[in-house]
Design a protein around this ligand. Structure first.
Ligand SMILES: Cc1ncc(COP(=O)(O)O)c(C=O)c1O
Length: 473
């Protein structure tokens, strides 16, 4: 895959802001783009002369930057293919720096209820492996007992649901990917939020669809934040999207909650323009202050997961949709994957009856994390604008300057990994923003904030490579 000079120049926007020698600043930005996935590993960079022309710098600057990237292991020269981006192995790490503090993943610790559920699930296994269970363990729809429990939970939340309206998947991500692949054709428009969950954007792009964005802002002391109702209306009317992916309840990363009236409006718009509306409820039950918002009407597709309630390592999610769509989705899972693991499903079936206790614990953990994070940030970096967050697991912080990539690079040098704002946008927007997850234990946040503040102080001069590679969740 080749990254042309024009698209690279767009991705490099603001690369000089980090100061220092131009070749170092250029190399630092390319490293960041590689590390946070905006430049895919394996993509070919433009020839030196071409990039120099497009950036308006001397060829020597680009040569020196490429040489620095080769030295740090982020670029490799392949005969006949030019300079190809790669992610360096562990040797590129600085041995002086202790193991990185990873805030790229917005995760919560495993709920203790998972351990007891695992023991019970192991005992249940013989009953799920008997000859009366079809499929030899290849389960494309979900175990009947788990589908029944998930359906009962929707019913209790106010959306009457039958087991055949639930499809169990490999986490919410597989559900989003499956919906994107099966409910769109290449070239179709898909309405997404801006910013959005990066892997949802990846799934839309991988399906060959064209994202159409609607802005979402975090609530702050100055403004209520949320979705721009006019932009939503116009996006539906102009793009007539085949699919819409929204996170109306504690949106990731802004934490915004869509008001009831706008929810009703969005449902009406989706009905009017024939859009398959998908609400991603990954964060929906993670209320910190008030009650958690309820589900949408039955013709809206709901995606859920236990990743943030029980544990991300379980990889169990689901789709709640009409029974016809559920059957259609099940038929289209292969060839990407061939079903959901049975033991993990048994475990989730054993843990679900305790979900309300788990959620009560999560509320306390998230409140402690949020309060700690916002208090520490307000003290350490008073110039940042902090969001008001009532739920979910991250703070979308306005840095007040287009320096997110430079900040993340400087933080990585200090052993703190974060994801820069542009990873949450469609085309390199959000250099002013940083997502800081607060689901981690307060001790982790107490270690992280001083590093972040020090990185901020240096962000404009930081020019050394990030030290480790991580994905975003
Ligand atoms: C909004 C959103 N959707 C989907 C996912 C993926 O969830 P899962 O881990 O269940 O695949 C995440 C994970 O962080 C998320 O935040």
């Amino acid at each position: 895959m080749t990254t042309g000079p024009r698209s690279l120049v767009a991705l490099l926007d603001g690369w000089r802001d980090s100061g220092g020698p131009a070749f170092r600043a250029l190399a630092a930005r390319v490293r960041l783009l590689a590390v946070d996935g905006r430049l895919a590993s394996g993509s070919r960079l433009p020839a030196e002369r071409e990039l120099a022309g497009a950036l308006g710098v001397s060829r020597t600057t680009v040569s020196a930057a490429y040489a620095a990237l080769r030295e740090s292991g982020h670029l490799v020269s392949v005969r006949g293919s030019g300079s190809v981006v790669q992610l360096p192995g562990p040797r590129a790490r600085d041995p002086e720096v202790p193991g990185p503090l990873d805030l790229t993943r917005a995760v919560l610790p495993c709920a203790p209820q998972v351990h007891g559920a695992a023991v019970l699930a192991a005992a249940d296994l013989p009953s799920a492996t008997g000859p009366d269970r079809p499929g030899g363990g290849y389960d494309l729809v979900g175990l009947p007992e788990l589908r029944a429990l998930l359906a009962a939970r929707y019913t209790a939340r106010g959306l009457p649901t039958r087991p055949e309206e639930v499809l169990v998947t490999l986490g919410a991500q597989a559900a989003i990917g499956l919906l994107a692949r099966t409910c769109t054709s290449p070239g179709d428009r898909v309405l997404v939020e801006s910013p959005s969950y990066p892997h949802a954007l990846d799934a839309v792009r991988a399906a060959g669809a064209r994202p159409v964005t609607v802005p979402v802002r975090a609530a702050t002391a100055r403004e209520a934040g949320g979705w721009d109702a006019d932009a939503l209306e116009q996006a539906f009317a102009r793009a007539r999207p085949a699919l819409a992916h929204l996170m109306p309840s504690f949106h990731n990363p802004t934490g915004a909650v869509m008001p009831e009236e706008l929810r009703r409006r969005v449902v009406e718009l989706a009905r009017r323009y024939g859009t398959r509306l998908v609400v991603d409820e990954t964060t929906a039950e993670l209320a910190v202050d008030g009650p958690a918002p309820g589900p949408f009407p039955a013709d809206v597709v709901h995606v859920g997961t236990v990743a943030k309630t029980l544990w991300g390592g379980l990889r169990i999610g689901w789709v709640r949709a009409d029974a016809r769509l559920v059957r259609h989705l099940a038929q289209h899972r292969s060839p990407w994957e061939l079903g959901t693991p049975v033991l993990e499903q048994l475990l989730v079936a054993r843990a679900l009856p305790h979900l309300d206790d788990v959620l009560a614990d999560r509320r306390e953990q998230l409140r402690a994390g949020r309060d700690t994070l916002l208090r520490l940030l307000a003290g350490a970096v008073p110039e940042w604008e902090l969001p008001r967050v009532d739920g979910g697991f991250c703070a979308w912080v306005n840095l007040g300057a287009e320096a997110s990539s430079a900040l993340v690079t400087a933080a990585a040098r200090r052993g703190l990994q974060l994801t820069a704002g542009p990873r949450f946008g469609v085309d390199g927007a959000f250099e002013r923003f940083l997502r800081v997850p607060f689901g981690h234990p307060p001790g982790v946040l107490e270690r992280a904030v001083p590093l972040l503040a020090a990185a901020w102080a240096e962000a404009r001069t930081a020019d050394r490579p990030p030290l480790a590679v991580a994905d975003v969740v």
